[in-house]
Design a protein around this ligand. Structure first.
Ligand SMILES: CC(C)(COP(=O)(O)OP(=O)(O)OC[C@H]1O[C@@H](n2cnc3c(N)ncnc32)[C@H](O)[C@@H]1OP(=O)(O)O)[C@@H](O)C(=O)NCCC(=O)NCCS
Length: 176
């Protein structure tokens, strides 16, 4: 829950090449908590990550970063599907560094991501999969208008052999 006010200098902006190394470090930090993603580390080469930023943006999606005091403390990606019949769909991923949670950073990132999706003529639907034990993220997505679409049973098995379900959610960004 957003129990503290957001950092006063918090900015949400589109990522650029020069953010690649900090972005990898932020994703790796959250992955290493082991409870949220489907991996326990993220060791991407920054040059590959810079290419990923370009490709994601070039295909009509976005990569946003949350920055405070010159530090990247959160991110959000919207990746458009490249399959011919699914180009109206994009996949959402996001995270906020642990010390910066509960301060409204995730909400600001998601608001901005959804604003981008609504403004895009190409995106009609934002999809995501979230681990069933991740109550904070599920609450955030529900309050932002995402609908429950299903559950993949025991879809995740971590390094210690513990299982988790995945909840599938989606947000329509056009009126049907
Ligand atoms: C999910 C996550 C991005 C939320 O970011 P955050 O900056 O902490 O969230 P905010 O402070 O903006 O809170 C937004 C909403 O999230 C929900 N929320 C946040 N923390 C919560 C908690 N501990 N318990 C329940 N709900 C919570 C609430 O609905 C909250 O809205 P409210 O403040 O009006 O009650 C963050 O917890 C995170 O990075 N988690 C690890 C990575 C992750 O789970 N990524 C998503 C994978 S699908």
């Amino acid at each position: 829950m957003a129990s503290k006010a957001p950092p006063t200098d918090l900015t949400i902006r589109t990522a650029s090449h020069s953010d690649a190394a900090a972005l990898v470090a932020a994703i790796d930090d959250v992955a290493r908590e082991g409870r949220f993603f489907t991996r326990s580390a993220f060791s991407q080469n920054p040059e590959v990550e810079a290419a990923f930023i370009d490709l994601t943006i070039g295909r009509g999606g976005t990569v946003l970063v949350a920055e405070t005091s010159g530090r990247i403390v959160g991110w959000l990606t919207l990746r458009r599907d490249k399959t011919p019949f699914r180009r109206h769909v994009c996949q959402l991923g996001m995270g906020v560094l642990r010390p910066f949670r509960g301060q409204g950073v995730g909400r600001r990132l998601l608001d901005e991501g959804l604003r981008f999706a609504h403004a895009s003529e190409k995106i009609e639907r934002v999809e995501l999969a979230v681990r069933a034990t991740n109550v904070a993220a599920i609450a955030l997505y529900q309050t932002a208008g995402f609908c429950y679409e299903g559950r993949r049973m025991r879809a995740v098995r971590d390094d210690l052999g513990r299982y988790d379900d995945e909840i599938l959610m989606a947000h329509a960004t056009t009126t049907m």
